[in-house]
Design a protein around this ligand. Sequence first.
Ligand code: ZN
Length: 184
Amino acid sequence: MRLPRHAYRAALFAALAALAAPAWAGKAHQHGVAQLDVAVEPGRVTLDLQTPLDGLVGFERVPRTDAERARVDAALAKLRDAAALFRIDGAAGCKLAQVTLNAPVLGLTPTGTAAPAAPAKGEHADLDGRFEFACKADAKPAFVEVGLFEAFSGMKRIELQLVLPRGQMKATLARPATRVALAR
Ligand SMILES: [Zn+2]
């Protein structure tokens, strides 16, 4: 069956919109594997991370002990220090503009903090992070060095989705690699 041209275009746009959905939309939860979307736009680089909490702190529930709370604090400090975690090609002149972390189990919501919300029994828990960098208007960053493996020993692989001026592509970063090419 051939679709009328306008129906075909509508289906195509729906597919593109689905590709552009933010990382918050929810992807497969697999321990050791993080999802990272990298979007390069004029004057801006945005990274959306989604990872099982297990990969950051080794558990997926409300922290119970001082040691667990300390582990959470250390992980969040590393994520908030995003310019060290995501080292963008210096020629692009990028500066960290904003970090947004969302992990209800740790009491973090996109708009601030809240009481920690325990996951339902048997459920897993993720952390979502958005890291926004402001760059030179005509910046064409050639790469970003991703420091997630150095920072978090529980992370083994990162599934990347790159949204670049030239188009979209998928890639995989496996320990111990760090460099993601952006100019291709
Ligand atoms: Zn899990």
